[in-house]
Design a protein around this ligand. Structure first.
Ligand SMILES: CCCCCCCC/C=C\CCCCCCCC(=O)OC[C@H](COP(=O)(O)O[C@@H]1[C@H](O)[C@H](OP(=O)(O)O)[C@@H](O)[C@H](O)[C@H]1O)OC(=O)CCCCCCC/C=C\CCCCCCCC
Ligand SMILES: Nc1ccn([C@@H]2O[C@H](COP(=O)(O)O)[C@@H](O)[C@H]2O)c(=O)n1
Ligand SMILES: [Mg+2]
Ligand SMILES: [Mg+2]
Length: 218
């Protein structure tokens, strides 16, 4: 949903910044790499220490690079297969660091085996959700479904909850409950999304196989 409705807005807002980076000679690949490095550092340095506010500030500064790199490639007329591969692959790395950092917190001073497990479930289910699309497309299917919780929703729900939970350290009482709630929402939403995508791929592959068999018997 966010991918559909928010992308156009962010494209308008980020286009001048993308144009500036192009003018000073930065490449889309450099933005992809530096952006991912920043997200990974923010998540793995701050989250395991329970520094949710500052971790989220750092991650938010870098995560928008994922919208800037493609914007630059399109402005340059240089959108490439390599760029698409690099972008998607590093998305998986960034997502692993965010949920991995949360799992490390709950495995340590956060002291909750259940929420550690929930963070690992969010990490794994998010990766599998993305894999369904990549694998379905690789076998020639359109995978014409996005589902309830795509990557943008996973990130927004988790990062907003992390940032707000971090305000607990500044004396806001009770607000840290938002992070467990977000993990449950993302975990359950990702499981539903996985179901939606698997059902779609099953239908599309049955239709494609039927067409192929019709062609063979003719
Ligand atoms: C006082 C409190 C302080 C709080 C501190 C700061 C809080 C900040 C909180 C949140 C910021 C969240 C920002 C999240 C931005 C996410 C942007 C982003 O990277 O989106 C990526 C997404 C997908 O991009 P791709 O096409 O490159 O990726 C594809 C995707 O990964 C597919 O995965 P799948 O969906 O299948 O699982 C893969 O299949 C594919 O391979 C891959 O290529 O881009 C978009 O979707 C575009 C839309 C972005 C919408 C961003 C909306 C941000 C909205 C609100 C932020 C407002 C925050 C306000 C917080 C206030 C809190 C107090
Ligand atoms: N280094 C890069 C990054 C991305 N691309 C192209 O942009 C598409 C992704 O667009 P986003 O708005 O989601 O970033 C990707 O599929 C590539 O076509 C690129 O060429 N080089
Ligand atoms: Mg990108
Ligand atoms: Mg991306």
């Amino acid at each position: 949903m966010l991918n559909k409705y928010a992308r156009a807005f962010f494209t308008r807002v980020l286009t001048p910044f993308a144009a500036l980076l192009i003018r000073i000679g930065v490449s889309p690949d450099a933005v992809t790499l530096v952006g991912t490095g920043g997200v990974v550092a923010g998540a793995l340095i701050f989250y395991p220490l329970g520094e949710f506010f500052w971790g989220t500030v750092v991650i938010t500064l870098f995560v928008f690079s994922d919208l800037v790199d493609g914007n630059m490639a399109r402005q340059l007329g240089r959108s490439s297969r390599w760029g698409a591969f690099l972008d998607s692959t590093l998305d998986r790395v960034a997502d692993s660091a965010i949920f991995g950092g949360l799992a490390l917190w709950y495995a340590g001073r956060g002291d909750s085996l259940m929420l550690c497990g929930m963070a690992i479930f969010c990490l794994a289910s998010g990766q599998v959700v993305s894999y369904t699309k990549a694998r379905g497309e690789a076998i020639g299917l359109p995978v014409d479904v996005n589902g309830l919780v795509e990557r943008a929703e996973r990130l927004v729900v988790t990062l907003v909850a992390c940032g707000l939970s971090g305000l607990h350290a500044f004396g806001v009482p009770g607000i840290e409950i938002l992070l467990p709630i977000a993990l449950w929402i993302v975990g359950i939403g990702s499981a539903v999304t996985l179901g939606q995508r698997v059902v779609t791929v099953r239908r599309e592959s049955a239709e494609a196989d039927a067409i192929a068999q019709g062609g063979n018997s003719a």
